[in-house]
Design a protein around this ligand. Structure first.
Ligand code: URP
Ligand code: ZN
Ligand code: ZN
Ligand code: ZN
Length: 475
């Protein structure tokens, strides 16, 4: 019997802290050795010339989520996790959404049932709380946290999700007692409504109106308000999908005061701009809707402000916020109402498969961040923030054998035709990258190689998590 099930030989192992030439030995789905000269293995993979990175963890994706009347998300669990695997990811974290008036437990159980048996990579489920009733806050949420659903997102905008300030405070209070991790979508509902109605009255209904209705000041105000509420309750929160300079400055200010504010951004805020929503150079007046997401993408100056925030350690994670709709589809971006106004274009863009190459290329290959920062921002910090560490997120004995072999020199052009997601377009069509995931290994099995997904749905599991008892504090 060979000592190891799998040996990955001759690569450069990159973690959040180290870059070393070493072999990796795997047994029973876990890493059991990182050392020189590992050879006695049932299967040996030659990684010379390649980086061995922790498998990507994407802690903010939307999969098979109910998206409003007549609107259908373009990915189910099988297609989203297939795309994730092809893009170098070994774990993703989607959201079980509580509709208003419904039980949170019911929403979580139904969502988990959708995922079971369908996934190519491991999945850990966050919740979205839209209706924080006494029953939800008093019974359902504490029980769900105890059952392993230890994180949830709240919204400061969207008609059917927005919480008012009192509700945010009540939810934060319960999160503090339970030790749960709260993600905040920070955009101010009333200001957006005010601007949207003015734009519509002025006849500005095209997709670009979306950007005009949600300027950075709207995000800055909400970020500041969320930070203030978090300070009042003394709760560490994560401000997700930060889009530009204004919100970044609020977070830097809060961190400078010693507040436990964490932050996420996404590749779209580092590479795309609001101009994309104008659909310039295209005959189709709705083409800009392919880029409609919230917060909207900004401008080049704002991109640089976010990069600067990444370099200064203000951001913990870079996620995709994958939220796929089909473009050429009456149930997606081109739904009948969406053609009448930007307000009815479903928000969100696909990005689960392109997150790592775009971020690596713009970050590492262009010299903005180190390899170790890439590992931290694409995997390690996600695991630490959301209760998956030290099971996932690094390369050391005891961790799941979730690894991505990466060719740092390979040049590719992103093309929809090569992607595996359920959407019919990518916002990065024609985008050139240097650096590419050439093999994805999950639980010690090769699940994707050179754009081909080799695993079967059901290989990935739905993971339960536990809170750190030190984070459970009476409020
Ligand atoms: O536009 C976006 N980001 N849609 C997904 C939902 C969200 O707010 O993250
Ligand atoms: Zn959001
Ligand atoms: Zn999202
Ligand atoms: Zn209390």
């Amino acid at each position: 019997m060979p000592e190891f099930d799998l040996a990955i030989r001759g690569g450069t192992v990159v973690t959040a802290s180290d870059t070393v030439r070493a072999d990796v030995g795997v047994r029973g789905g876990r890493i059991v050795a990182v050392a020189e000269g590992i050879a006695d293995a049932a299967r040996v993979i030659d990684a010379s010339g390649l980086l061995v990175l922790p498998g990507g963890i994407d802690s903010h994706v939307h999969i098979a989520q109910d998206s409003g009347p007549g609107i259908v998300m373009a990915d189910d669990f099988a297609s989203a996790t297939r795309a994730a695997a092809a893009g170098g990811n070994t774990c993703v974290m989607p959201f079980a959404l509580q509709p208003r008036g419904a039980s949170l437990r019911g929403a979580v159980d139904a969502y988990r049932a959708r995922a079971e048996g369908q996934c190519h990579v491991d999945v850990a489920i966050h919740m979205i709380i839209s209706d924080p009733t006494e029953a939800v806050l008093g019974q359902e949420l504490p029980a769900l946290v105890a059952d392993g659903y230890t994180s949830f997102k709240v919204f400061m905008t969207y008609d059917d999700l927005v919480l008012n300030d009192r509700q945010l405070l009540d939810v934060f209070h319960v999160a503090r007692r339970q030790g749960a991790r709260v993600m905040v979508h920070a955009e101010g509902y009333d200001a957006i409504r005010y601007l949207s109605e003015r734009l519509e009255r002025a006849g500005e209904t095209r997709p670009y109106g979306h950007a005009l209705s949600r300027p950075e000041i709207v995000e800055r105000e909400a970020a500041h308000r969320a930070i203030s509420h978090a300070e009042l309750i003394d709760l560490p929160i994560v401000i997700v999908h930060v889009s530009g300079r204004e919100a970044t400055e609020q977070i830097a200010w809060a961190q400078g005061r010693g507040l436990k504010i964490r932050a996420e951004t996404c590749p779209q805020y580092l590479t795309l701009t609001a101009e994309d929503m104008k659909g310039l150079g295209q005959d189709d007046p709705m083409a800009g809707s392919k880029y409609v997401c919230s917060p909207p993408t900004r401008d080049v100056e704002s991109q640089e402000a976010v990069w600067s925030g990444i370099r200064r350690g203000i951001f913990d994670v870079v996620s995709s916020d994958h939220c796929p709709f089909r473009y050429d589809d009456p149930q997606g971006k081109l739904n009948p109402r969406g053609k009448t106004s930007f307000r009815w274009i479903p928000n969100g863009i696909p990005g689960i498969e392109t997150r790592l190459p775009v971020f690596f290329s713009e970050g590492v290959s262009k010299g903005r961040i180190s390899l170790n920062q890439f590992a931290a921002l694409s995997a390690t910090n996600h695991a630490k923030l959301y209760g998956l560490y030290p099971r996932k997120g690094s390369i050391a004995p005891g961790f799941d054998a979730d690894l991505t072999l990466w060719d740092p020199n390979r040049r590719e052009t992103i093309r929809q035709a090569n992607l595996h997601h359920g959407s019919d377009y990518t916002p990065w069509e024609g985008f050139e990258v240097t650096g590419w995931p050439v093999m994805t290994i999950a639980g010690g099995q090769v699940i994707a190689e050179d754009g081909r997904v080799l695993s079967e749905p059901g290989r990935g599991r739905v993971l339960d998590r536990a809170v750190d008892p030190a984070e459970r504090r009476e409020a």
